[in-house]
Design a protein around this ligand. Structure first.
Ligand SMILES: Cc1cc2nc3c(=O)[nH]c(=O)nc-3n(C[C@H](O)[C@H](O)[C@H](O)COP(=O)(O)O)c2cc1C
Length: 201
């Protein structure tokens, strides 16, 4: 499918078919996540793939969106809270890969430029923002593969971590059920281009 068709076709799918999702497709979704961009290439996304019915039953207490737990495959999308500390290493790799070679950049550490990290958003918010990019890569690739997904932000991170035995370095950002869709909804309400456009200067 053309990218624009994938973007236009994607919907939050809340009704699913019973058909199982092949492992090869799950692998495709992970590949799409892996290729997402991130600030300083810190790649803070981490995933637990839940297939176990027993675990899904236990996750009943973490979200009111029960349809998500009925999916044969549930991505638990996490951020690695230590990822920001790996920034120097990741930047070194980027420099070695030539990402900034012959590019005009003033010294970013000169103190001349404010950063949104730690100012308008916290580090954890910044990490979640990066994870969200990987999630949307998964969502769009899933749409391309004929699968249905739905972002589930209403999730109790601490309870989820306890059930899955995850360590304190992880924060659960989102649940993402993956399944074949049993609905074909029309486009949901959106602002017009005029409404989202502030101005051209
Ligand atoms: C960050 C985020 C969190 C969301 N959380 C939920 C959720 O907890 N439960 C749910 O049913 N849908 C959730 N959604 C889906 C939105 O409701 C949906 O994207 C929106 O209504 C527009 O519909 P569409 O995705 O079909 O275009 C979430 C979407 C995003 C991007």
């Amino acid at each position: 499918m053309e990218l624009i068709d994938v973007i236009k076709q994607r919907r939050s799918i809340r009704k699913f078919k019973e058909d199982p999702v092949p492992d090869e497709l799950i692998d495709e979704l992970l590949e799409a996540a892996r290729l997402a961009p991130s600030g300083s290439n810190i790649q803070p996304w981490r995933f637990v793939i839940v297939k176990s019915e027993e675990i899904k039953k236990k996750l009943d207490e973490v979200t009111p969106y029960k349809f998500a737990l009925k999916a044969p495959v549930l991505f638990v999308c996490c951020s690695d809270l230590t990822a920001f500390e790996t920034r120097p290493k990741r930047v070194k790799e980027l420099l070695e890969a030539g990402a900034f070679t012959d590019v005009e950049i003033d010294n970013p550490d000169s103190g001349k430029y404010e950063s949104n990290i730690g100012k308008s958003i916290s580090i954890s918010g910044y990490l979640a923002m990066n994870v969200a990019i990987a999630i949307e890569h998964i969502v769009l690739r899933a749409t391309d593969l004929g699968l249905g997904t739905c972002w589930i932000g209403r999730v109790d991170s601490e309870k989820t971590k306890k059930i899955l035995g995850l360590n304190d370095n992880l924060y659960v950002v989102m649940l993402l059920p993956i399944r074949y869709p049993a609905q074909d909804p029309g486009q949901r309400p959106r602002f017009s281009k005029e409404e989202i456009m502030i101005k051209t200067v």
